[in-house]
Write a protein that binds this ligand. Structure first.
Ligand code: KIV
Length: 266
């Protein structure tokens, strides 16, 4: 399969091809998703919630992101690997942001980084992009801003908020980002933002008119325990159930002395 690069992703928007994106956090999943044909794998800091069990993405460290990214980069052959910059790895100073973006590329094997925030982050995006590290922006419901937002709430419902998001998107494109995630915003606004940009806009909970769609892989595979699945998630499989059934069978086999049988014994 052909290697997907940043110019390939830009070309997809230019040619009107939709861009499917999934998160990945480990080697096995990266290999499966890559072989299935996903062009862009996002090593999201959502790993903190769906893999480590944190309540928010805020505790995730740069070291943890590098670890996950390295595993994903080893597992993929074709897909572009984009790594999230975790909270506090880019907000404190531009110098730190540049250094930490470099670490994700150098130590994690990322081919691009993603960071949250609009106008206020534009100069940070510019500084990283000027080092030739491609940047993906992320606006709307930005999970690292959970405390400011007072929860995971849809953003951009009022006229003032919608205008601010349009300005955020413009400033991110102008700063040199190669793409942008639009999360948790009303579909008509996402459509307007997408049409106003020449870079691809990847939606999550932002309606059908974005250039691509991203989902957290655990959500779409039904591999989430206890959490209520958000309305924007389509569950393509119920792995919780499949795993529970398999584990139940294993327990029964062991208890009844049916495993290991002759074929599983040296
Ligand atoms: O961390 C993440 O997985 C993300 C996506 C949901 C866009 O930022």
């Amino acid at each position: 399969m052909k290697k997907i690069t940043v110019p390939e992703i830009l070309k997809m928007k230019a040619e009107g091809k939709k861009i499917p994106v999934l998160t990945a956090y480990d080697f096995q999943a990266a290999r499966i998703l890559d072989e299935a044909g996903i062009p862009l794998l996002l090593v999201g800091d959502s790993c903190g919630m769906v893999e480590a069990g944190y309540e928010t993405t805020l505790p995730v460290t740069l070291e943890e992101m590098i670890y996950h990214c390295r595993a994903v980069a080893r597992g993929r052959a074709s897909a572009l690997v984009v790594a999230d910059m975790p909270f506090a790895s880019y907000q404190v100073s531009r110098k730190e942001a540049k250094r930490n973006a470099c670490r994700l590329v150098k130590e994690g094997g990322a081919e691009a980084v993603k960071l949250e925030g609009g106008v206020r982050m534009a100069e940070t995006i510019r500084a990283i992009a000027e080092m030739d590290v491609p940047v993906m922006g992320h606006i709307g419901l930005t999970p690292q801003s959970v405390h400011r937002m007072g929860g995971y709430k849809v953003q951009g419902r009022s006229k003032t908020e919608a205008e601010a998001l349009l300005e955020d998107a413009r400033s991110i494109e102008e700063a040199g980002a190669f793409s942008i995630v639009l999360e948790g915003i009303p579909a008509p606004l996402a459509k307007e933002i997408t049409a106003s940009l020449s870079i691809p806009a990847i939606g999550i909970g932002a309606g059908p008119d974005c250039d691509g769609q991203v989902l957290v892989v655990n959500d779409m595979l039904g591999l989430i325990v206890g959490n209520k699945t958000p309305r924007f998630v389509k569950k393509y499989a119920d792995l919780n159930r499949i795993i529970s059934l398999a584990v139940g069978e294993f327990i029964k086999d062991v208890e009844e002395g049916k495993f290991p049988s002759k074929e599983h014994t040296y």
